[in-house]
Design a protein around this ligand. Structure first.
Ligand code: NOJ
Length: 537
């Protein structure tokens, strides 16, 4: 345990800055707001805070379209605010992770403005330009994630440029060494300021096929799926050369002490693992999103864990994610009751957990009326449920005006339930989901076996998932009921379920002694021990 690094021991907490805390009444969260809320993060027990982009941006994709990599967007504050924030984060013993968005810039970035100005501009080759096909159509069949062709015609020079996302987000050309050096210098700029690492946006997208070959059709495509899924992104993502880039990024991070490189990667588990890199010199943590799309039942979850554990390269550090700013909230995906099971799962699995702001208070998807839609994905591809506004609504702090988020009109609507479901209320309620998160985090922090102990599957049957975390003589049993019906384990089942309940998701069975059976209510999970062997006495 003494050898574990902070990003292995720690609990990560993602803040979507627009929605966390507004300090100036413009209805949009900002850095000073985050600063004001640091005591909350300390009380919760978070160790590292990851901020979604805070850099100057036209906000076509709410900050994932950057026009200056080394500044702060005035919406969020200024560099002084940032310096104060990072100093305060560090004073509290927390870490700060920034979002690095190297795949694309804004079309307003000076690099792109230069690049598009003429075919001979020195920055021309910083982006991906191509002539159209003979018939004047785009160069090939590549599709944008946000709908339509991924090629935008630019009349100034009569060529097309490639954009994996919005036309306002042209892709950088990562085959160009100058681009690489420019982004590595951006990384150094923030690392010198003391940031503790990066979450790298769509890292598996950075390199595209140099011959611009057509992507093949996806036989699994069905109506109702996002239109870009008509094709399999064989030539646009996860190209073999990507691993050289990830290794170079890692080298930049390693020029500084004790920093972390996290990659955003949506890929099947085997491909995901390659992002740890040769000799583990790639990303420290390729994000593991397997739980984001899991069918919520004990068998599926057991299989996901087993598959992930099996695929991990030797020495690679695991991680788990339940939610983020692109996916529906966990409490809506699995329901309020199972959200507690999800919390217990996330915080007892082997691997660094990343929490998405608001999940700890059980925030649900907020219904967004068509007139209130802000997300460009939903605007471009309406009506099939791709909208991401519903998981980005303001944090619910208290029952005051606008849930304590802002004294102005919030940029997205608040959840109707904020009068009750808010931090102030739930912190005072000893049985709330927030209290559960705090108890689970405290348990994890105080017990090395929860961090570095082995993961041992014990049993799965119907709605039961039972696994152990063990280190030396310490052993925690995690027993989760994925169903609504009560269930019971008895000694006759031949499974050692311990003799004492340490924690129930219902927060009402503290130190209950077990003798003949372990009885779980519907939607209940427990952590049990055998005190003489657990170090828990
Ligand atoms: C992934 C980010 O998480 C998402 O929010 C964004 O729209 C795309 N990358 C494009 O940057």
């Amino acid at each position: 345990m003494a050898d574990d690094l902070w990003w292995q021991r720690g609990i990560f907490y993602q803040i979507y800055p627009r929605s966390f805390q507004d300090s100036n009444g413009d209805g949009i969260g900002d850095l000073t707001g985050i600063l004001q809320r640091l005591p909350y993060l300390s009380r919760l027990g978070a160790d590292a805070v990851w901020l979604s982009p805070i850099f100057p941006s036209p906000m076509a994709d709410f900050g994932y379209d950057i026009s200056d990599y080394t500044g702060i967007d005035p919406i969020f504050g200024n560099m002084q605010d940032f310096d104060l924030l990072i100093a305060s984060v560090h004073e509290r013993g927390l870490k700060l992770i920034l979002d690095l968005v190297p795949n694309h810039t804004s079309d307003q970035h000076p690099w792109f403005i230069e690049s598009r100005s003429s075919r001979t501009n020195p920055k021309r080759n910083w982006y991906i330009w191509s002539d159209g096909a003979a018939d004047g159509e785009p160069p090939n069949n590549w599709l944008s994630e946000f709908g339509g062709s991924a090629w935008q015609y630019d009349a100034t020079t009569g060529q097309y440029y490639y954009h994996a996302f919005l036309a306002q987000q042209p892709d950088l050309n990562w085959r160009n060494p100058e681009v690489r050096q420019a982004i590595y210098d951006v990384m150094r700029f923030w690392l010198r300021k003391g940031v503790d690492g990066f979450r790298v946006d769509v890292i598996w997208h950075l390199i595209k096929d140099d011959q611009l070959r057509d992507n093949p059709l996806n036989a699994a495509f069905r109506e109702g799926m996002p239109p870009n899924q008509r094709l399999t992104p064989l030539y646009t993502t996860d190209r073999p050369e990507i691993h050289d880039v990830v290794a170079e990024m890692r080298q930049v991070v390693d020029e500084f002490r004790d920093r972390v490189l996290i990659g955003e990667i949506y890929l099947p588990v085997e491909q995901l693992m390659s992002y740890y890199g040769k000799d583990l010199l790639g990303a420290h943590m390729p994000f593991n999103f397997a739980l984001l799309s899991a069918s919520w039942n004990a068998h599926e979850i057991k299989n996901i864990i087993a598959e992930y554990e099996r695929a991990l390269p030797i020495g690679a550090w695991p991680n788990w994610v339940l939610g983020n700013h692109d996916r529906p909230r966990i409490a809506s995906r699995v329901g309020r009751d199972q959200a507690r099971i999800a919390a217990m799962l996330l915080l007892t699995l082997r691997g660094t957990p990343t929490l998405y702001y608001g999940d700890e208070i059980g925030m649900e998807q907020v219904a967004i009326a068509p007139s209130q839609v802000r997300d460009p994905f939903e605007r471009n591809v309406p009506g099939i449920g791709v909208g991401r506004d519903g998981c980005r609504t303001p944090m619910q702090w208290d029952a005051d005006l606008n849930a304590g988020f802002s004294r102005g009109d919030p940029w997205l609507p608040l959840s109707a339930d904020f009068l009750h479901e808010n931090v102030r209320n739930l912190e005072a309620d000893q049985t709330s989901i927030l209290s559960l998160y705090r108890a689970l985090i405290a348990l994890r922090r105080n017990n090395p076996a929860m961090v570095s102990g082995s993961y041992e599957p014990v049993a799965t049957a119907n709605d039961l998932l039972f696994f152990r975390r063990r280190e030396g003589s310490t052993c925690f049993n995690v027993v989760l009921n994925f169903g609504t019906e009560p269930m019971s384990l008895t000694h006759g089942d031949g499974i050692d379920f311990g003799t004492e309940i340490l924690l129930s998701t219902h927060l009402d069975r503290w130190n209950e002694t077990l003798s003949q059976s372990l009885d779980l209510r519907g939607n209940e999970g427990v952590i049990t021990v055998r005190p003489h062997s657990s170090g828990q006495e």
